[in-house]
Design a protein around this ligand. Structure first.
Ligand SMILES: O=C(NC/C=C/[C@H]1O[C@@H](n2cnc3cncnc32)[C@H](O)[C@@H]1O)c1cc([N+](=O)[O-])cc(O)c1O
Ligand SMILES: [Mg+2]
Length: 214
């Protein structure tokens, strides 16, 4: 049977990227998505904004919701200081298998824990299962109707602390209106919008950075 797009994306990484070199993995995926097949990675333009926010926060504990093929996982993990950890949640087993290989090709497997399962099942188990007190940085890039419920779930589970930074992809396209209204109107968040473009296109999209105020 015909291969899947994530399988072809992984092949492009293994063909064009250098093992252990995260930047070459990022470039290989961006080249594949620009010149062969579009895929819903955050991409290079919004990816640079992600890089700058991660570098500013310099987090020890990171949570990513929605691994997909691991592109943003690699972007984030490559910037983490020694000893820092990224937990990424992915409930599609096929995508998780591809992402594991992408993360290994980048040489970042020691910094990343890819957990197969649904965010709503795993967020309540972060403390007892992973020994996580609170997260310093959370990247939201999973199903858009899960951003708001999962944010409220993280609040309720005590996983956010004063100063935790949430960064959300696709707040314009496909859009997350309920999440945006919440973080922009809630007294518990200080929110700001980074205008950009939908990955590999000219359409507007952007990232919303929201600092939890406790
Ligand atoms: O739909 C988009 N993203 C959804 C991403 C979904 C990814 O997160 C996983 N997931 C979902 N809920 C989950 C809950 N728990 C764990 N994994 C989960 C899915 O298995 C998938 O791997 C999207 C769409 C466009 N677009 O232009 O159309 C552009 C983008 O940048 C996008 O991110
Ligand atoms: Mg996205």
């Amino acid at each position: 049977t015909r291969s899947t797009r994530p399988q072809r994306l992984l092949k492009a990484v293994q063909k064009h990227a250098t093992r252990g070199d995260p930047q070459s993995v990022i470039s290989a995926i961006d080249h594949f998505c620009r010149h062969s097949e579009w895929a819903m990675n955050i991409g290079d333009e919004k990816g640079s904004i992600l890089d700058s926010v991660v570098s500013e926060v310099n987090p020890e504990k990171v949570l990513e919701l929605g691994t997909y093929c691991g592109y943003s996982t690699v972007r984030i993990a490559r910037l983490l200081p020694p000893g820092a950890r990224l937990i990424t949640l992915e409930f599609n087993a096929d995508y998780a298998a591809i992402a594991r290989q992408v993360i290994i090709w980048a040489g970042l497997e020691d910094k990343v824990q890819l957990v197969e399962g649904a965010s709503e099942d795993w967020i309540p188990r972060m403390k007892e299962h992973f020994g996580i007190e609170t997260f310093d940085f959370v990247f939201l890039d999973h199903w858009k109707d899960r951003y708001l419920p999962d944010t409220k779930l993280m609040e309720d589970c005590g996983l956010l602390r004063k100063g935790t930074v949430l960064l959300a992809d696709n707040v314009i396209c496909p859009g997350v209106p309920d999440y945006l209204a919440y973080v922009r109107n809630s007294l518990s968040y200080k929110s700001c919008y980074f205008k950009s473009h939908l990955e590999y296109t000219k359409a507007e999209d952007g990232l919303e950075k929201s600092v939890f105020l406790g």
